[in-house]
Structure formats: structure tokens, C-alpha cells
Design a protein around this ligand. Sequence first.
Ligand code: F6P
Length: 549
Amino acid sequence: MQSRTSLDSWQALVTHATEMKQQHMSELFKQSPHRFEQFSIKLAPFLLDYSKNLINENTMSKLLALAKECDVEGWRQKMFSGERINTTEDRSVLHIALRNRSHKAIILAGKNIDEDVQQALIQMKAFSDNVRQGHWKGYSGKRITDVVNIGVGGSNLGPQMVTEALKQYSDNSINVHYVSNVDGTQIANVLRPLTPEKTLFIISSKTFTTTETMTNAKTAMRWLVASSFDESSIAKHFVAVSSNKKNATEFGIDEENIFDMWDWVGGRFSLWSAIGLPIAIDLGFERFIELLEGAHEIDNHFSQAPLEQNAPVILALLSLWNCTFLGAQSQAILPYDQSLHMLSAYLQQAEMESNGKSVNWQGESIDYPTVPSIWGELGINGQHAFYQYLHQSNNIVPTDFIGSVESVTPVQGHHETLMANFFAQTQALMQGVNEQQVREDLKMKGRTPEYIDKVVPHKVHKGNRPTNTILMKRISPRSIGSLIALYEHKIFTQGILLQICSFDQWGVELGKGLANNIQAELAKNSISDTHDSSTQGLMHFYQDSKADK
Ligand code: F6P
């Protein structure tokens, strides 16, 4: 198929990137006093300031021309109307239907799926209310005090990230825990303080085949039955969220305790479905609905706003600009809000599992750099760890700074310090400090000429490092819903610009298959000589070391 590189708009950007690499953002700010107004978007849930990117008006109009030429608007329409745009799996991509709060009909195979979604929400409400109000009883008749969600990837990261982000909104009537790792240490630590008769497990797995989740679920069942001495107690302590009812019932979960998932919801976009049950149990169903409403608000913005005013589209274009055209290879997510401490882990899966690919929709090799690797940490902790690299290394890392105007937990003097750092860092990354400024500063401080000569090169900051700033009013279920939807649509748009099928994840299958074989070989103590010498050597060392104990 026609490569993006053959588009006129693409080639115009290649030429333009060469010119822009000669520019410095601090000069661009001096030249245009209205740069902030020009390159920012104010929406109800947040302000997006993208003025601290190496862009000018010309850059934006060229990027927008590319978006037009790639038919972002047409593809957006395809997604919202349920076309099967997940071509490799032949599925629609309709996480937007899960938060369709205006109840616009979405017809799939002749059926309005909004009716199914509303039905599922009714089921979620009844269940979460029952658990929260103590009507759902364990095998001994006692109310549930603790809920453990067992799932991994999209069946864990979304709900856990949101639970962490909205901790201040929980009434703590139920303690919600998460187990994702097959390393037994995690489940052992989670279960240690819990009481089986008062613990409920949610087994979250779209496929109900994921080894890590199945292994943890079996351990949880053994733990329960070791206390109840009765397998029938499982019905009172285990529910599942899955699109694979057969496997879930074979596993021992009562059919009436299985919450459905649809094939048109991808795992990493599923927190809006029953995968979000732990959120509803933790916060109450009304708060869960607010989360959906926040996402719906951004769905409306994404589907209706013109491209030049469309926040997800702008973020996607800037990522393409910084990475594909200017050569950045990674991007950092830096929240200045403790509530968002899991955001970068969540976005890592969302973006890298979606767009970390190297063939186009037709399966042909892509001949241009695609998405960056995503990483990050809470901003303040990062400042005392890796910001040195952001400011002075030879690698440019575009970053998203995310903060809130108001803290959800005001403690005298803290938020002011936090936000002063938030503003200072993007300014420093953009402006830098040149040799002359460093010399003058040191001279003013009375340093000797010898000392100044010695340290000047070490103190120069080149600046010109791109950042986006997302400033939310306050962390709330609604604003978190909006923030996640912003990134989801950014990822969708990136996929379209890059010609990548963003909704499959074949790249995780190879390792899974090999792990199954290796586990069987280790169990039989019969290591195949078909492995490469490194893998074979490691497996033998592992077995021999275990035997030596
Ligand atoms: O890691 C691959 C993956 O398939 C993710 O896409 C998914 O979110 C995760 O595993 C969990 O899958 P499941 O919900 O089917 O257990």
C-alpha cells in the first residue's frame, strides 16, 4: 500500500523538520508574544498547553495537512460507527460505546449495542451495591470486607490506576486489592492479612486463558477452600469478568456470577466495562458513572472538534512530529499529582501495546520510525532521579507534564511547592541556560575566572526540549475519565497517522507460547536441545541449582 512517506504533506514535513532543527524555542517565544494563546486548548476538564514544542504556525498547518491527507476524520467516523477497523482480528473498536452517556444508537449486526451496555451497567450496579451494602455474604454468612481483583495487563492496569487515582473518593467501606503478578510473593502478601470468609475475588480475564491470572485464581480458590472445607463456597467468593463464559464456568465460577465482555472491547481499553467492577465497588456506582461521563465528554470533543482544536489529534501529531520527524525515541509521562502515580505504567501498555509495531495495515514493513517508548514517574521523584538526563543528556525526551490546580488532599504549603516545580521544569527544559548566562551568574556570585572557565560547560543547559502541559482543575472521577479518553484517542490517531493496526497485540504471543513449552519441560525435567545454547544453559543452571539445595 502507499506508504505515508509518499504523501506530499509527509515530504513537506521532512523538509520543514530540517529547518526547524535550527530553531530554538526560546527565540520562538520572543518572536511571538501570543504563543501560549496560539498553541493551547482550553476544555472543561483540562487545559492543554503545547506551546513548548519546537513548532510554529507553519509546522502546525503542515501537521494538520498530513492529518487531513491520512483521513483522520474518516477513520474517526469509522471507529464511532462500529466499522471493523481492528482488521487483523476482524473486530469493531467500540470502547466509546461503554461510556455512551447520551445513548446515541450504535448499531452492530443490526442491534443497538447501547442496550447491551445499559444492561451490563444495571448488573454492575446491583452487584457493587450488594457488596458495598453488605447484602452479599460469604460462606459463613458474614459480609464482605475485602475484594481482590485478579487480572493482568488491561484487566489490571486500568482499574488499579483509577482506584489509586481516586483513593480520596473512596468511603473505604470495602478494601480493594489487586493481584497481577504470577510471582507468588504478591498474592501471598495480599492474602496474608485477609480473612477468607470475608473476601471476594474478581477474576478478570477477557480470554480466561491467561496463565498468570489462572495460576493466581487457582491459588485463591485453594486458599478459600482450605478455610471453608467446602467447594460450594466458591460460588459465594468468586465472580468473573470475561468474554469466555465456557472457560470461566469450567474453572468453577457460577454462570450467574460471570460478567460479560464483548469482542469489540480491547483489553487495554476495557476499564469502562465490567473490568471496572473494582472501581465501582471501591467508589460506589455513581462515581463509576461520573468516570464514564468524563470520558464521554472527551469522546464528544474528539468526534466533533475541528482537527486544529482537537486535543487528542494535536497530541498525536506532536508525538509524530517529535519522534518520527525530529528523531526522539522515547517519551516521558510526568504527573505532578500523587494520585496519578500509576499513570505512566498504564499509558505504557495503552500506547506501546497498541502502536509498538513495524508493519502497516497490509502487513508491509513500515519504513519510518513509529511510536516512542513510554516511561515515567511522579515528577517530583523524577526530579531527584532522572531529570538530569532530561535536561542535559544528548537524547531529547519529549515529556507530558500533568498537574492539578487544586489538590484533593490540601496540606498547608505543599501544593504551592509542588506546582512551583511543575511550572519551573517546563520553563527550564524549554529555555535552558547558555554560556553567557552561566558566566554572568557565576561572576555575580564572586567566583574566580579559573573556576568559571572550568565549570561553565557543565552548567550550560541547551534547552529546546519539548513538553506538553496538561493542567486539570482537580482530580475527580470525571476528570480522570477525561484524561484517559484523551490519551486513548491520541493513540488511535497515532495509529491512523502511522498506518498501524492499534488494536491487536500479536507481539505478546511468541513469548507466551515459549513459556508454556519451557514450563512443561522444567516440570518433566527434560530440557529440549532445540533451544539455543543460552536458553538451554540457563534452564540447566536453574534446574541444577534447585537440585543442589
Ligand atoms: O499481554 C497481552 C494481553 O493480551 C493484554 O492485551 C491483555 O490486556 C492482557 O494480556 C490480559 O488478557 P486477559 O484479559 O485475556 O487475561
